[in-house]
Design a binder for this molecule. Structure first.
Ligand code: T3D
Length: 264
């Protein structure tokens, strides 16, 4: 049978390629299972120091395969429980990527729609071909953005753009995606894979644990509720307020002179 996920190792960079090009690499249960197995293999393989994810053919990924019996409404049958696909496939997929013990580069080679768009945004650094595009297709079929979209989109581009993208489901060209800060960079089509490879090789030569800790720390800080952030500010302020430099800073302000800070 068809190999749904292609894998190649180039030095310390492992490339995984979604490979159902005739259906624009949309997700069936079988492709989900193949990708999950490959992601676990990458995570366990000490030779791999960067993961590069891309798609075969003219698309990156068109999201859920809407003809899959798991999600496809059937006449005369009760409606499908879509949370099954999320619990079984999409949630573990997002968590596998966000917890990957090596940096994750995504090379968006063509259209990324629905869950495919939000899958791309799970990468640590996302490059896209100039001809690629991002479509939050969910609203067109009466759904909310999933695969982490509700979490990721407002963080990446802010509420105004996130809601407009999600409401309208319009095609966002890669150049606009770069301008919005949705992705790291848009590059010429013919340069995409070389640039993605060299970026991945560069990351592979860096301190892997530090990069992964940086991703985790940034995600964690985003998760902190305002309350918790205010408490953290109070703790720091208490420490700093009894230190010399605060006494000196306030004294200098009152005396209209330049402060001389000495703490370290
Ligand atoms: O919980 C749940 O499980 C719900 C899950 C939700 C997650 C989601 O991802 S919901 C969103 C699902 N995705 C979409 O709604 C996108 C559907 N696709 C499109 O809108 C268009 O295909 C594109 C804009 C991505 C590309 O358009 P275009 O004109 O370049 O290509 P096309 O002709 O529409 O597609 C080419 C073929 O791929 C075509 O098959 P054919 O006619 O050549 O045999 C088309 O049916 C197939 N294809 C594309 N997307 C899907 C698909 N087949 C099944 N599922 C798809 N998502």
């Amino acid at each position: 049978s068809e190999t749904l996920i292609l894998k190649s190792l180039n030095g310390a960079v492992c490339t995984l390629t979604l490979n159902r090009p005739a259906a624009l690499n949309s997700f069936t249960a079988a492709m989900h299972e193949a990708l999950a197995a490959e992601l676990d293999a990458v995570a366990a393989d000490a030779r791999v120091r960067c993961l590069l994810l891309t798609g075969a053919g003219r698309a990156f990924c068109a999201g859920q395969d809407l003809s899959d019996p798991l999600v496809s409404p059937e006449a005369g049958q009760p409606p499908k429980d879509l949370s099954v696909a999320i619990d079984r496939h999409y949630k573990p997929l997002v968590l596998r990527l966000r917890r990957m013990p090596v940096p994750v580069v995504v090379a968006v080679n063509g259209v990324a729609a629905g869950a495919g768009a939000n899958l791309a945004l799970c990468g640590d650094m996302v490059l896209a071909a100039r001809s690629a595009s991002f479509i939050q297709a969910f609203s067109k079929i009466g759904l909310v953005p999933d695969t982490g979209g509700t979490w990721m989109l407002p963080r990446l581009v802010g509420r105004a753009r996130a809601l407009a993208l999600a409401f309208l489901g319009d095609k966002l060209p890669a150049e606009d995606a770069e301008r919005y800060g949705l992705i790291w960079r848009c590059v010429d089509d013919e340069a995409l894979m070389d640039m993605a490879q060299s970026l991945a090789s560069r990351l592979a030569r860096m301190p892997t644990k530090a990069l992964v800790a940086t991703r985790l720390a940034m995600d964690q800080a985003q998760l902190t509720a305002l309350d918790g952030a205010l408490d953290a500010e109070a703790r720091l302020q208490r420490e700093l307020g009894v230190a010399y430099d605060y006494q000196e800073g306030v004294a200098a302000f009152g005396a209209k002179r330049a402060p001389v800070f000495t703490d370290r």
